[in-house]
Design a protein around this ligand. Structure first.
Ligand SMILES: *[C@@H]1O[C@H](CO)[C@@H](O)[C@H](O)[C@H]1NC(C)=O
Ligand SMILES: *[C@@H]1O[C@H](CO)[C@@H](O)[C@H](O)[C@H]1NC(C)=O
Length: 216
């Protein structure tokens, strides 16, 4: 009975995603990468997945793709997985939407901007990569907030890669507990799961994803 009351209380006070609660580091606190990337490999990939990233990145990307202030995005809209893909034609798909970004790049970074976020750009600097299945980058946003994400050719990182990546982001000063593992197993053919779901099914999803911490 107590559990039911608690879940009910969560539903009542749910307001949306909370960006302030998931901010971590300022850009200036993140050291510069010291290794290069194999651009030929990177340029040859048609589609990247994002199996691991931090909560701030997930929140901002949801806002960009859903064209809404994060506070107005109900928790259910981002459940239970982003299903994000970054495609060679500069489109980003996820959260049930597809948006064409303005993306430019050089040998150390990608600079990107979504139409909805207007002048707010992010610069994704390559930090750690195996030149065959993933690249970990840290993004510095125009408002001096830093976040990180892994672009990968595979939906599930090798356990060793995941461990190495988490160790690395910790060394940069990010919080391992604010990492989000994405689960592409939820991403069905028609992405039915991506359409906003009713509060009735929310209790079930609460148990499935680290997004529950977005509740306040
Ligand atoms: C990736 O490729 C770049 C460019 O060829 C190279 O400098 C770097 O050492 C490579 N990194 C790994 C981990 O293989
Ligand atoms: C895309 O970004 C580049 C580099 O920042 C900029 O020069 C260009 O005007 C942008 N294009 C659009 C359509 O925003």
């Amino acid at each position: 009975m107590k559990l039911i009351i608690n879940l009910f209380a969560l539903v009542i006070i749910a307001s949306g995603l909370d960006e302030d609660a998931v901010k971590e580091l300022k850009c200036s606190a993140v050291s510069s990468p010291d290794s290069g990337i194999d651009l030929k490999w990177f340029g040859s990939i048609n589609q990247f997945y994002v199996p691991l990233w931090n909560q701030l990145y997930a929140t901002r990307t949801a806002a960009d793709l859903l064209s809404q202030d994060a506070r107005h995005i109900p928790f259910e809209a981002v459940q239970p997985a982003s299903c994000l893909t970054m495609n060679k034609d500069s489109t980003i798909s996820g959260f049930g939407r597809q948006v064409k970004y303005n993306i430019t790049g050089d040998e150390t970074s990608i600079t990107f901007r979504a139409p909805w976020s207007g002048a707010k750009t992010g610069k994704f600097s390559f930090h750690m990569m195996d030149n065959k299945s993933y690249v970990l980058g840290a993004t510095c946003w125009d408002d001096n907030e830093a976040s990180w994400a892994v672009l990968s050719t595979v939906q599930n990182l090798e356990p060793k890669s995941r461990t190495d990546i988490l160790k690395y982001i910790k060394s940069l000063g990010f919080d391992e507990n604010k990492a989000v593992d994405e689960n592409y197993a939820y991403c069905g053919l028609n992405q039915l799961l991506l359409t906003p779901i009713s509060y009735n099914s929310q209790q079930q999803h609460l148990l499935l994803s680290p997004y529950y911490i977005y509740f306040k």
